[in-house]
Design a protein around this ligand. Structure first.
Ligand code: SAH
Length: 390
């Protein structure tokens, strides 16, 4: 690991705070992750054994094949002309390559469709271009110019990488213990300098408009998980998640399609879920900005709300384990296992276990489907609480 450039990014953030005061956590995160010179995703391949973390598409090609089969099924029942393919945050391009592998045999219309990749990292764009040599790639920095045509796609571990803000609850009247939570205020949890180092500091109180936006008041859906209002409890808000979900929902509502959203998270507000990982190990959030991956737990209820306002619906989330098993990953692994030698078979079953079992990714990771409005529940989502998706 090179120490100097990381020092530089840290010093640049400290200088900015020295100049103009504490900054939003989202500002810190977008600088640490996406700064054009020293941001985490701009400069490296973070995936796999030698990287900082391993995603499901990097565990096994079966993951992408199952997603590809699922989308081929959705496209077939939709029966639409001119489908387009989209992936948000394609990483190394492995998931798209594995989906295309299936489509070339089973869904020729998807195999020849334009592939829209939403990716900000020039480094990863190069890896994706190399990995998908025969695809008609269209790169996007954001979702402002999606085609006015049906859209089928996937976002795996994309939303967790978007910058979040946090607020912290401070009890202002400590004597009213019987009414804990009533006498408090939500303050922005900003990034400032404490003893010469980056650290969290309390900022201004959330405004009335911010209370609405963060889902703390008003008619927005009752959170599946109650908001904790003990002193010092923390809530998160991901401004980009709502706007990106809405931008993705618009063409799907208008022209049809379906997009899988797969991530660790839950169906409600997530508390303090920000984490930093370097070299497969948790590290301090402020330790060498730009050298560690920063991510948070995705609040699927916030995505559902944005999707609903945009005229589409979010089906699920269900657990990744339930989704993959219901669409037949075990059977597909057995078929693949029969064609492999003993070592190969062991590797296939170990990979499936990692993706579906509760001790690994199977429960923490959730799968949701952004789809046009309607009532049907597609394969894979049988465990969905049907009242939630509408
Ligand atoms: N889907 C891949 C990679 C997940 S990592 C996999 O499962 O292996 C997150 C990906 O999102 C990276 O490709 C990263 O460069 C991209 N990304 C992160 N923030 C982004 C943003 N704001 N806009 C576009 N792409 C972003």
């Amino acid at each position: 690991m090179t120490a100097l450039p990381d020092q530089d990014l840290s010093s640049r953030i400290i200088a900015e705070i020295d100049r103009s005061g504490p900054i939003r956590l989202s500002r810190f995160m977008s600088t640490a992750l996406s700064d054009s010179r020293q941001g985490y995703y701009q400069t490296r391949d973070p995936f796999g054994k030698r990287g900082d973390f391993t995603t499901a598409p990097e565990v096994s090609a079966l993951f992408g094949e199952m997603c590809g089969l699922f989308l081929a099924h959705m496209a077939e029942i939709a029966g639409l002309d001119n489908p387009n393919i989209i992936e948000l945050g394609p990483g190394r391009g492995s998931l798209m390559a594995d989906m295309r592998h299936v489509w070339k045999r089973l869904a020729p219309a998807l195999a020849v469709a334009p592939v829209h990749l939403v990716e900000t990292s020039p480094y990863l764009r190069r890896l994706q271009t190399d990995r998908l040599p025969d695809a008609r790639l269209v790169f996007h920095d954001n979702l402002d110019k999606l085609p006015s045509e049906p859209l089928f796609g996937v976002a795996n571990e994309f939303f967790d990488a978007l910058p979040i803000d946090q607020a912290i609850w401070r009890i202002t009247d400590a004597t009213s213990d019987g009414q804990r939570g009533r006498q408090g205020t939500w303050y922005h949890r900003l990034v400032g300098i404490v003893d010469g180092r980056l650290d969290f500091v309390d900022g201004p109180a959330l405004t009335a408009a911010e209370h609405d936006k963060w889902g703390l008041t008003g008619p927005s859906q009752p959170p599946a998980v109650r908001i904790d209002t003990t002193d010092g409890s923390i809530i998160e808000y991901c401004p980009l998640a709502a706007s990106i979900a809405a931008k993705l929902a618009h063409p799907i509502a208008a022209y049809g399609g379906a997009c899988l959203i797969i991530d660790y998270g839950r169906d409600g507000p997530t508390g303090d879920s920000l984490q930093a990982v370097a070299d497969h190990r948790p590290v301090d959030v402020f330790h060498q900005p730009g050298a560690a991956d920063l991510s948070h737990w995705v609040d699927f209820s916030a995505i559902r709300q944005a999707v609903k306002v945009a005229g589409a619906r979010l089906i699920g989330p269900v657990t990744q384990g339930a989704f993959l098993k219901e669409i037949g990953i075990i059977e597909r692994a057995e078929t693949a296992g029969r064609a492999a030698d003993a070592d190969g078979r062991r590797a296939i079953y170990a990979a499936v276990d990692r993706m579906v079992s509760a001790q690994h990714m199977g429960t923490a990771f959730k799968v949701a489907l952004l789809a046009p409005s309607g009532n049907g529940i597609p394969p894979g989502f049988a465990t969905t609480n049907t009242t939630e998706g509408t």
